[in-house]
Each structure stands twice: as structure tokens, then as C-alpha cells.
Design a protein around this ligand. Structure first.
Ligand code: C2O
Ligand code: CU
Length: 456
């Protein structure tokens, strides 16, 4: 029974939509169970996906697909304990869904075709769930991702906690790349190189614009929340070689800031960094440093944006030595409960197939609520793959037997070539159909994914 506070919070929130009459029982239950915490609210948002002209630079306009006429889609901001209620309408010519990347939400809201039928052109669907964790998350379709995400269907979701470090400002940087043809239009989709390497393009975008200029005031320290939404590109991020502090990764803050001059973002990875202070007039290149993930094409150092430092402003930034406490789920010597193998197989017809445990679109064994999972995630190929787990976050225990650089909550981890990454995660009581996959979108589509159930 809802408590009086629940009722009040619910009542004072914006008008909520009722679940559709033909909805499944699981969806209806998840919809009704999503109540804001006492003192929190319902964040109600309407999204409409459609095609429009996307100007990535003066004189360069491509056919984009975006939410509410913008790329990236609107940044959704909320607090831990709020309920997000998002009414989605599809005005594209093909079916789609919304997946909430990194959020621990009930299975019927996960946006995969295992848990809902894709929203047909002209139809609507309402996602409604409580936001359980602070961090930098994102949303994207989970249908024909290779094209839908390349065309611009993505955006950020920021969830704030009660104890956040106070910096002078905040920016969200969504990194992407776009493959254009000789006419400056969206290059055709498909082909063997794209299937093997994943689709990478030479137009590098920040927040939907090609190599834009960003600004920061001299003397100030900002919190940057960075999301790599590219389909395949790895970004070894550098800010003109200047030192910065890593505050958080996929799902919220680290235990303590880590000083760095570069950080690797695999596709779908997020990082939160403290940037600055700089001197007025400085100009810094925001770049992806050379990185070779053993693909056909090798990437050199390439610029994403330029940071211009403006006149000085006073700073009130305080970055505490301790950001939060993360309780380890297990140690690196924990006995694995399962081995998951990301591999390739040669097919006469298609060239290379991408597989999990030797099978395209693998069906993995169920996982029981409350039973700690320790997985050895093996990459038996010669190229990098970003492993992504839906709906649950994990801790990295060891990479080839060595402890990771920090303890953190992740939903993506890069698997280096010929390596074993040991992760731990706890299935809490959210039964249903889930998946894990390579977040190089073309590898996912070519079979490097697995379905599994969480059961009571
Ligand atoms: Cu961001 Cu199934 O993925
Ligand atoms: Cu892959």
C-alpha cells in the first residue's frame, strides 16, 4: 500500500499517463510501481522522434533523425528518487524504441524487442520508472541501432544525488562521429569493412556539431560529463595534454578523484572529469589520441573540439578527497560462476560472424535474484570490444588477473584483445529478459550478443 508521502508526491507531480489498455501485466505492474521517493517528483517529458535537416557545420546539412527536432535529444535532468515518465511518439518511417542505457529499471522499461514490441510509425509508448542511481546516463533506440544512432537518435540523462561535488559549472559533452560521402551526405550503410570494424566516420562531433568551439572561464574548474555515443569509435580523450581529475565513470562517482592527462572511452562509455583551471587566452585541443583497436583502419590523433579560455571569473570549486564509498562485491580471486566468450567465426557466406560462446545471438543460462554473479568475460579475438550489460551495473575485479585502476560501478567495460576481464554483479529483484552485448553497433547486429533471464 502506498504511504501518505508516496501519495502526496504522486499527487503533486505532473499529470501522469495511464498505461495502454492492451499492455502486458509485467509492464502495467512496473508502471504502477514507479512512485517517487518522499519529497521527490515525477519528471514528465514528451519525446517525438522524426527526420529533419541536421546542420553539423555551416554549409553541411544531412538528413538527421532526432528527438524533438534536436541532435542530441533534450538533456533530461532529475534527482535520485524521482520518477521519469516519458511519453514517446514515433514519427519516423520505421519502428523504434528507447533504451535507457545504464539505468537499473524494471525489465519491461528496458526498450529491447524482448520486452516490448517496437513502437510503429505514428504510435506512442510511455516509459515510466524510478531513477535509483546518480550519474551520467543516456538513451538511444534499440532497433536498427547502426542507422538510427548514426542519424542522431541519442541524448543524455543526468541524475543528481544528494552529495555532489560543487564545481563552478557543468557541461555535457556527447562525442560522436559521422560517416559522410563525397557529396557531404550520410554515407551508405553496410559493406564488409563496416561489418568488420564497425562504422566510423571522419566528421567528429561534439553535441551534434562538427569540431565546435567550447568555452570556459579562466580560473574556474568545471565538471564535464562526457558520453561516447559513437557506433564504433574509441576516444582516448585528451584536453590539450592538460591534467584533469577523473571524478566518475559509467554509473556515478569514484571513491576518490584520479589525476590523469587522458582517459579511454570505448563506445557507450561515460566519464566525469574536473577540468581547469586555465589562464585567459589559452586554447586547448579536445582530441582523441591515436588508438588502434586492431581494425582495418588505424586512427591517428584527431580533434573533436577546441576549448577557448575566456576572461577570469572567481572560483568556488571544492573537490573533496573522498567522493563516496563503494563496497566491493568480491575480490579478484573470487571463483567465477560463468565464462562468457566474445569471439569470431568465419562464415563462407558473410565473411566474419561475431559470436558469444561460439553462437550468434546466444541464449545464456538464467541468473537467480540474490545470487552473486562473478563472470569471466573473455575476448578471444584480436580486436577490442566494449562489453555492455543491460539493467545492472557491475564492478571490474581483475583484468588478466591484475586489479583495475579503481573500484567503480560500470555498465560498459572495454575488453582488450586476447584478454579475460573478471566482473561481479548482483541481480536484485528485477526479473525478466535482459541482455549483454558488444556496443560496437555492427558487431551487436552481427551476433555478438546474448539474451538471458533473471529469475526468482
Ligand atoms: Cu547502449 Cu543494448 O545498449
Ligand atoms: Cu565488438
Amino acid at each position: 500500500m502506498p504511504s501518505p508521502q508516496d501519495h502526496a508526491a504522486h499527487h503533486h507531480g505532473p499529470v501522469v499517463h495511464a498505461p495502454p489498455a492492451d499492455a502486458s501485466t509485467a509492464y502495467r505492474q512496473a508502471f504502477d510501481a514507479a512512485r517517487p521517493d518522499p519529497g521527490r517528483t515525477v519528471v514528465a517529458v514528451n519525446f517525438e522522434a522524426r527526420e529533419f535537416d541536421w546542420t553539423i557545420a555551416p554549409g553541411t546539412t544531412v538528413k538527421g533523425w532526432g528527438f524533438n527536432g534536436q541532435i542530441p535529444g533534450p538533456t533530461i535532468e532529475a534527482r535520485v528518487g524521482d520518477v521519469l515518465e516519458l511519453r514517446f511518439t514515433n514519427r519516423l518511417a520505421e519502428p523504434t524504441t528507447l533504451h535507457w542505457h545504464g539505468l537499473r529499471i524494471p525489465a519491461p522499461m528496458d526498450g529491447t524487442d524482448m520486452v516490448q514490441s517496437p513502437v510503429k510509425p505514428g504510435e506512442s509508448f510511455t516509459y515510466r520508472f524510478r531513477l535509483p542511481d546518480a550519474g551520467t546516463f543516456w538513451y538511444h533506440p534499440h532497433v536498427n541501432e547502426s542507422e538510427q544512432m548514426e542519424r542522431g537518435l541519442y541524448g543524455a540523462l543526468i541524475v543528481r544525488g544528494d552529495a555532489e561535488p560543487m564545481l563552478d559549472g557543468e557541461q555535457v559533452l556527447i562525442l560522436d562521429d559521422l560517416k559522410l560521402d563525397a557529396q557531404g551526405q550520410m554515407a551508405k550503410f553496410g559493406g564488409l569493412v563496416q561489418r568488420h570494424d564497425g562504422r566510423e566516420g571522419d566528421a567528429r562531433l561534439v553535441n551534434g556539431k562538427r569540431e565546435p568551439q567550447l568555452a570556459i572561464a579562466a580560473g574556474q574548474i568545471e565538471r564535464w560529463r562526457i558520453i561516447n555515443v559513437s557506433g564504433a569509435r574509441y576516444v582516448r580523450l585528451s584536453i590539450g595534454g592538460a591534467p584533469f581529475q577523473i571524478l566518475g565513470t559509467d554509473v556515478g562517482l569514484l571513491e576518490a578523484p584520479v589525476a590523469a592527462t587522458e582517459v579511454l572511452l570505448a563506445p557507450a562509455d561515460r566519464v566525469e572529469i574536473a577540468v581547469g583551471p586555465f589562464e585567459a587566452g589559452e586554447e586547448l585541443a579536445i582530441e582523441g589520441l591515436a588508438y588502434w583497436r586492431t581494425t582495418i583502419k588505424r586512427r591517428k590523433t584527431e580533434r573533436f573540439a577546441t576549448l577557448l579560455v575566456g576572461p577570469a571569473k572567481p572560483s568556488k570549486a571544492v573537490i573533496p578527497d573522498r567522493l563516496r564509498t563503494i563496497t566491493p562485491l568480491a575480490t579478484g580471486s573470487a571463483t567465477p560462476t560463468r565464462t562468457v566468450d566474445f569471439g569470431v567465426k568465419y562464415s563462407l557466406r558473410r565473411g566474419m560472424d561475431f559470436v558469444v560462446n561460439k553462437e550468434m545471438h546466444h541464449h545464456d543460462a538464467p541468473v537467480k535474484v540474490g545470487e552473486l554473479q562473478v563472470w569471466d568475460v573473455v575476448n578471444s579475438t584480436r580486436m577490442d570490444h566494449p562489453f555492455h550489460l543491460h539493467g545492472f551495473c557491475f564492478q571490474v575485479l581483475a583484468v588478466d588477473g591484475k586489479p583495475p585502476a579503481w573500484l567503480s560501478w560500470e555498465d560498459v567495460v572495454n575488453l582488450p584483445p586476447k584478454s579475460t576481464t573478471r566482473i561481479a554483479w548482483m541481480p536484485d529483484d528485477r526479473p525478466g529478459s535482459w541482455m549483454y552485448h558488444c556496443h560496437i553497433l555492427e558487431h551487436h547486429a552481427a551476433g555478438m550478443m546474448a539474451h538471458f533471464d533473471v529469475v526468482r
